[in-house]
Each structure stands twice: as structure tokens, then as C-alpha cells.
Design a protein around this ligand. Structure first.
Ligand SMILES: [Zn+2]
Length: 460
């Protein structure tokens, strides 16, 4: 029996493409009252837990061990009684039961697409999709793109990796929406600039640091992105920068384009959320993924708007349900109705990874906190690096930044200002080193911003 069948045709697949003047891809779904979201989530979750329990040996075993059954879920809060999973469990189960692991809930014959995580350590983890999973994913990608203002008249260039990377197929969302879709992939910057120029692409998807780098590279090559290129929308994902206003502003100034932040997760979907035209938070694909925001230490939910670890549960993905997947991302959410009329939850920001959270003399600090200040300062280029050392048994943070070529203020003034704003906004004291422009290594894709040298002190 397919436990999802009673719910298999909910309003996830819009019947037809809306008129280009419509702000919504699926108005009834996107603007429904908040309580309808919760009721729909609960119904989907009940069916999904049943599907996982009946078809995935891992879930049957772990639910039984925890003493919980799918029918125990009567409210959304009841989900907290169910066990969590994480990346290392996915890896371990995949190795124990090749190819897809025993969290998979369909036979391999029903799997039509698999993505693999780009994890820098260990074995890449696989994420399988049935044909229905894939189609539904692409449909809500189209919905997210539509909410960001993309229309059939656009020419959309997709500059993400296509090799087993879950971000690759997102281009099909733009294609489904009706945009002319350019499968650019990750090509050298000169080649990408030539593509953008030849096609006069109006939209581009890449990472925030690469958008910045590409804009600067264009300028150095004598191409003014604002005049010589036609990009009006930049979709970015993979790093916190797209939700940091100062970073967005700098990229927008370079390109003369609007930046829309997107959030995706290799183990679930290429994009799980994206910014609408209001660009205040990322609308969550709430009919496909349920969100919990928990204190990473106690496992208890944090108040709305507070920072906590994001724990995700798929609601419809048949091939490999993920029940309470601990993402390791520190986030904050709101359920307030957006000015665009959409009522789905909004991701206000990814503040960092649980692993990236730096504790300096007992105070929590994320690289994104520093990024916001560095990028707001008119005398600095916006590049930065954090070096953490232990001196006399105490943590010492040094922030390396670069002054702009045309900075009029002295090095001491620039350093003093950043030191002061950091202390005032985060409570953390730091040494600031102002370097000449182009000194720090330029990030291409995922930027490495932290050099934590404290471990060496203890192992020496
Ligand atoms: Zn909105």
C-alpha cells in the first residue's frame, strides 16, 4: 500500500502556468491562512511517518527503540518524541546497506535521480528521488522563482555545478516556469562573462562570494556589469552572505541587479526556500518540508525569531524520507505574514553552522556577524578573515581586513572603528589588522573565513 496516496494530489502541482502579471504561481496555496498550513502539515506528516515506518527498515527499528509509532503523532508538537537523524547516520547506513541505505523507503527500481553531497570529508552521501519526488521538487522550484519575479520573458543563466550536485536540476524550475534557461554550469569566469554577454542573460544563479568575485573580475577585464550585461536578478545560495544586507548591497552595486537569497540542502532539495520581491526573509517550501528550530544543546524549541539549530522533516519525499534531520545550520524564522501576501514561514537568515559558532571568551560569535560590519564600512573592501589564537590561556581574535584603494582615512582610524563597532554589537573584543587591497585570498565558491589556531596550542 502506498501510504501517501490519499494525499498524493494536494495543491503542490499548479494546474497551469499563471499569467505573467500574477504575483503568484499558485495563489490559493501561497496565500492561505496560517492555520491551514499547520493542519496540512500535520496531515502530511502523519502519512509520511507511516510511509517511513512501513517501508524503511531504519525508521521501523529506531521508532520501535524509542517507543513511538506513527499513530502517536496527533499534534505537530508530538514530533519531538521521534528520534533525530544526522549526516553521519546517513553515511553510516549507506555504507551498511549499499547503495542507498536503509532510510530509503522505495525499491531502487522506483528511483530515477540521485544527488550526492559535496562534503569535503568522508564518503559523499546520496539523496534519491522517485519520478514523483523529482517532478514535485521542480514544480516548487518554479514557484520559488516566480515569487522572486522571474517570468517567461527572462533569460536565466544557471552557474552551479551539474555533476551529482542537487543545485544543478534547479535550472529545470526556471525552465518549467517558461524562462529561456541557459545551463551554464561552473565554467571559468571569462567564459561565464562571455555567456552572460552573448545571451544578454537577465538572471543568474551562483554563490554570493562568486557573484562578488565575478563582478570584480568583469570590471578588471573592462566589462561594466551594469552597462555591458543585462543581469537584473542574482539568485545566490550556499553561504550566509545573501541574507546579510550589507553584502547584498555591495553585490547589487557591482551588478546593478537585485540579489535574492535561496537556501538548499544537499540531502533534501536544491532549494528549500527563496526570497520573494520583498526580500525580507526566504519563503519556505512548507508543503514539502517541516521546520523545527531547536536549542542545539537542550533540543528544546526556541522562541520564534530566536536563533537555533534547524531540524527538518520531509513531508512528501517518497524515496528517502528524512525525519527530524539535524542540519547543523543555525537559523531564525518568522511566521508573520509577508507584505507580498504569502503566508508561509520565512527563514530570516542562516547565521552559521553549529560547527562555525566561535566562542570567544565565552561569547558566541558567527563569522556572519563580523561580515555584516566589515561590509558596511565604506573604507574597507569587504574581504575578511578571522584568526583565533590562544594567548596566555585566553582566546584572542584577530580580524584581518583590507582598506579600499581609495580609502581616505588612516589605517589606525579604520582599525579603531571596526574594533569599536564589533565590541558594541557583539560584545567581543578583537585586534584588527588592516591590510592593503587584494592581500587576502579571494574566495571563488565556498569561502573559508576562519583560521582557528587554538587546537594547536593544546596538542603542542
Ligand atoms: Zn514575501
Amino acid at each position: 500500500m502506498n501510504a501517501l496516496s490519499p494525499l498524493s494530489r494536494s495543491a503542490t502541482t499548479a494546474p497551469k502556468r499563471p499569467d505573467a502579471s500574477s504575483p503568484y504561481w499558485d495563489e490559493a496555496l501561497e496565500t492561505r491562512p496560517r492555520e491551514q498550513w499547520d493542519a496540512h502539515t500535520l496531515a502530511l506528516l502523519q502519512a509520511h511517518l507511516r510511509h517511513a515506518y512501513d517501508n524503511a527498515p531504519y525508521y521501523r527499528r529506531t521508532f520501535d527503540a524509542a517507543g513511538v509509532r506513527p499513530e502517536d503523532l496527533r499534534t505537530l508538537e508530538d514530533l519531538r518524541a521521534f528520534p533525530t537523524v544526522n549526516k553521519s547516520i546517513l553515511r553510516e547506513r549507506q555504507l551498511a546497506v549499499p547503495l542507498l541505505g536503509d532510510l530509503a523507503a522505495v525499491p531502487e527500481d522506483d528511483v530515477v535521480y540521485v544527488s550526492a553531497s559535496s562534503g569535503s570529508t568522508g564518503v559523499p552521501t546520496l539523496s534519491p528521488f522517485t519520478a514523483r519526488d523529482f517532478d514535485e521538487w521542480i514544480d516548487f522550484e518554479a514557484r520559488l522563482f516566480w515569487s522572486s519575479g522571474l517570468r517567461p520573458s527572462d533569460r536565466y543563466a544557471h552557474s552551479l555545478n551539474f555533476s551529482l550536485f542537487v543545485g544543478g536540476p534547479c535550472v529545470l524550475g526556471a525552465q518549467k516556469l517558461g524562462a529561456l534557461s541557459i545551463h551554464a554550469g561552473t565554467v571559468p569566469s571569462e567564459r561565464l562573462l562571455a555567456i552572460l554577454r552573448q545571451f544578454q542573460a537577465t538572471a543568474l544563479w551562483t554563490t554570493p562570494s562568486y557573484a562578488w568575485y565575478l563582478g570584480e573580475t568583469a570590471e578588471k577585464a573592462g566589462i561594466d556589469p551594469r552597462r555591458d550585461l543585462a543581469v537584473k536578478r542574482l539568485f545566490v545560495a550556499g553561504e550566509p552572505g545573501g541574507s546579510i544586507p550589507e553584502t547584498r548591497q555591495r553585490i547589487e552595486d557591482l551588478w546593478g541587479a537585485k540579489v535574492y537569497d535561496y537556501y538548499g540542502l544537499s540531502d533534501i532539495f536544491g532549494a528549500c526556500a527563496g526570497m520573494c520581491e520583498e526580500r525580507h526573509g526566504l519563503h519556505w517550501a512548507e508543503d514539502h518540508i517541516h521546520v523545527e528550530v531547536l536549542d542545539p544543546h537542550t533540543g528544546q524549541p526556541v522562541a520564534e525569531g530566536e536563533r537555533g539549530e534547524m531540524v527538518l522533516t520531509t513531508l512528501r519525499k517518497q524515496a528517502r524520507p528524512l525525519i527530524r534531520f539535524r542540519t547543523g545550520d543555525i537559523v531564525s524564522f518568522t511566521t508573520e505574514r509577508c507584505a507580498c501576501g504569502r503566508t508561509s514561514k520565512r527563514l530570516l537568515g542562516v547565521h552559521g553552522r553549529v560547527d562555525d559558532m566561535i566562542i570567544i571568551r565565552g561569547v558566541n560569535l558567527f563569522p556572519s556577524d563580523v561580515e555584516a560590519l566589515v561590509r558596511k564600512d565604506p573604507g574597507l573592501t569587504g574581504e575578511y578573515r578571522l584568526v583565533i589564537e590562544r594567548e596566555n590561556h585566553l582566546d584572542a581574535l584577530t580580524i584581518e581586513v583590507e582598506h579600499r584603494p581609495d580609502a581616505r582615512e588612516s589605517i589606525d582610524t579604520l582599525a579603531g572603528r571596526l574594533k569599536g563597532t564589533l565590541k558594541a554589537t557583539t560584545g567581543v573584543g578583537a585586534r584588527v589588522v588592516v591590510l592593503p587591497p587584494d592581500t587576502l585570498p579571494r574566495a571563488t565558491h565556498k569561502a573559508k573565513r576562519i583560521d582557528d589556531r587554538r587546537g594547536a596550542v593544546w596538542t603542542a
